[in-house]
Design a protein around this ligand. Structure first.
Ligand code: GLU
Length: 601
């Protein structure tokens, strides 16, 4: 059953998950969910109808896209607590209409000052077990989301923090209906949650069982945290008692007796106090007549999407579909080889960024695409002659999984300002550790470092682990016309790439491009692919040496595009991940432009 059916078909049973009585009494909240919306006045798309509704509320009250994006992100901390919230980090891309400029905020988690290069190696010098690393204080990075919200509102917002947090506080106090996806995620992470008493209290029933779909989840602790943040500001999160509580919890994760001690990390109150979200330049490139903007490192997202598009630039991708998809897979393979070798936190590693995203380097890499699939792993190229940087040691092969651990949201306001914001707590439910009395889970983002020492993406104090998050904004003649992004670990990059290519080269509309079957080639022997992709193209591509690894689904994209007549379309998944939620301020139905794409050649 999908989320829509659940939300409309079941009555909620009341379960107060955090124990305390809610200050605001209200009936169960249930919101309808639709994957595509069309109309005027601005709009939003997220994984959760509660978060999308928060963004729309703020837009209706005169907030701009930045205010609404912060409102949605804070609400996702309530309604999608396993992939969002104050305990995580992410990347915020903002197009400001008045001067047609794009800004980005790197709100990635950082390693504490006490982090050791070998902290993910066992006594034998070998990498420790991944799960063991996840469920510990060692994996927790200094969270960046709250600082991102603060920086975004201060530089670009219209409304005070207290006002944009109101919708999230309401959902946290009055509760929301647990859907199949979240109930399932609690069930599959039950042992992890039960291990940490504050997580057990927040997410499991008093008898330790999983609350079923339809139960009303409340999080009064998070409501209080947001109220305090509204009064005291985002810096206080890092310098006050919450920061101190985070450091204490990371150093000594309280474990339920009998579940085994969880290792502590080194994070101190000083690490929290010195955290800053970084307002920095985007990575920018062109494809098919459009200028695109994405995240520079510490994310590998922008540079890798850019390189793959530069590789494809010289081919006619609008012709034979099998040829085009073959080249899409090969281009992605080559770009991932370079990602693995070069991309990491630029404060620690000399990254040849301008070389990696230069069309000339892309052309050099494109020459390697022959009639048959290249054997994997393909070797990285040398972008340094095209733009600086230094050689580093690479890990061959792909290090990230492809589960859906993150969230992406997009918002546009009626002034044409646009936000594309991806954020996460890394694995589902992050480290599993909730900060007692504060209502949010701590991330395990530091497991995004390569565990072996001496690579570009190895651990160092204060360093940000390499991400794949790829929030993207597309412009034409200086005006933003699309925003897109997705969760999915390293498949984020290919999902964003494929969704854009589907529109620009294959002429699909945004909803069609999101719905189309996906495949993700990341310099591995087999390409992860959805069944519909394999059914449609598998045979023809196998004849050219490609091999596939069937997977349920890849990515949970969310996007928006501006259509002719000042109309706006917001779109997310119809079914992947249980479906997402798209809304606009003033809907128009039916959509007369269905099938008409904003991006085409
Ligand atoms: N931590 C991952 C990254 O930054 C995202 C988590 C996921 O989507 O699985 O790339």
């Amino acid at each position: 059953m999908n989320r829509t059916a659940l939300r409309s078909g079941l009555l909620a049973a009341t379960v107060s998950l955090a124990g305390a009585a809610p200050a605001v009494a209200a009936g169960p909240q249930s919101l309808p969910q639709q994957p595509v919306a069309y109309g005027t006045g601005g709009g939003a798309a997220t994984m959760s109808p509660y978060a999308t509704a928060s963004a729309i509320d703020v837009l209706k009250q005169g907030g701009n896209a930045v205010d609404a994006a912060v409102a949605a992100a804070a609400t996702l901390g309530v309604s999608e607590p396993f992939v969002a919230g104050p305990g995580g980090g992410g990347y915020f891309v903002y197009y400001r209409a008045k001067d047609r400029k794009v800004f980005t905020i790197d709100g990635r988690e950082t390693a504490p000052a006490g982090a050791k290069p070998d902290m993910f190696l066992g006594p034998d010098g070998k990498p420790v077990d991944f799960e063991q690393a996840v469920e510990s204080g060692v994996s927790v990075g200094v969270p960046g989301n709250v600082a991102t919200w603060g920086a975004a509102l201060k530089r670009f917002g219209r409304k005070p923090l207290a006002s944009v947090l109101k919708p999230a506080i309401k959902v946290a106090r009055t509760g929301f209906e647990l859907d199949t996806a979240l109930s399932g995620a609690i069930e599959s992470n039950r042992a992890k949650l039960a291990r940490f008493p504050a997580s057990k209290r927040l997410f499991l029933l008093p008898d330790g069982q999983t609350p079923r779909p339809g139960h009303l989840l409340k999080n009064p602790d998070l409501a209080t945290t947001y109220e305090q943040l509204g009064r005291r500001g985002t810096r206080w999160f890092y310098t006050g008692p919450i920061g101190a509580a985070i450091a204490r919890t990371v150093q000594h994760p309280p474990a339920t007796p009998g579940t085994g001690a969880a290792a502590g990390g080194t994070m101190t109150a000083r690490d929290l106090a010195s955290y800053r979200a970084l307002v920095q330049d985007p990575v920018t490139w062109t494809y098919g007549g459009y200028r695109m903007y994405g995240m520079a490192p510490s994310s590998s997202g922008g540079a890798t999407v850019a390189e793959a598009m530069n590789i494809l630039q010289g081919f006619d991708q609008t012709g034979d579909r099998t040829d085009a998809l073959y080249r899409y897979l090969e281009a992605s393979k080559l770009a991932f080889a370079d990602r693995g070798q070069y991309l990491a936190d630029t404060k620690y590693v000399s990254v040849p960024l301008s070389g990696l995203i230069s069309p000339a380097f892309g052309a050099q890499r494109a020459a390697l695409i022959g009639p048959r699939a290249a054997a994997t792993p393909v070797a990285p190229g040398d972008p340094r002659p095209f733009g600086g940087g230094a050689a580093t040691r690479a890990l061959t092969g792909d290090t990230s999984d492809h589960e859906q651990h993150t969230n992406h949201l997009v918002v546009a306001d009626d002034g044409g300002n646009v936000v594309s914001y991806t954020n996460t707590i890394e694995q589902i439910a992050g480290s599993g550790i909730t900060v007692a009395g504060r209502g949010f889970l701590l991330n395990n983002e530091l497991t995004d470092f390569n565990f072996p020492v001496g690579t570009a993406n190895s651990v160092a104090p204060g360093k940000r682990p390499r991400s794949s998050m790829s929030p993207t904004i597309v412009t034409k003649n200086g005006r933003a016309i699309e925003a897109i992004g997705s969760p999915g670990g390293s498949t984020i990059i290919t999902t964003v790439l494929q969704t854009l290519l589907n529109q620009i080269d294959f002429g699909m509309s945004l909803p069609e491009a999101i719905e189309a079957p996906r495949a993700s080639q990341r310099n591995a022997a087999r390409t992860d692919a959805e069944a519909r992709f394999i059914n449609a193209y598998g045979k023809a591509l196998e004849a050219r040496g490609e091999a596939f690894n069937p997977t349920d689904y890849i990515g949970i994209a969310a996007g928006l595009s501006f259509l002719p007549g000042d109309r706006l379309q917001t779109a997310t998944e119809a079914w992947r991940g249980g479906g997402g939620s798209a809304m606009v301020v003033t809907p128009e139905n039916p959509d007369p432009t269905k099938g008409v794409g904003a991006l085409s050649r």
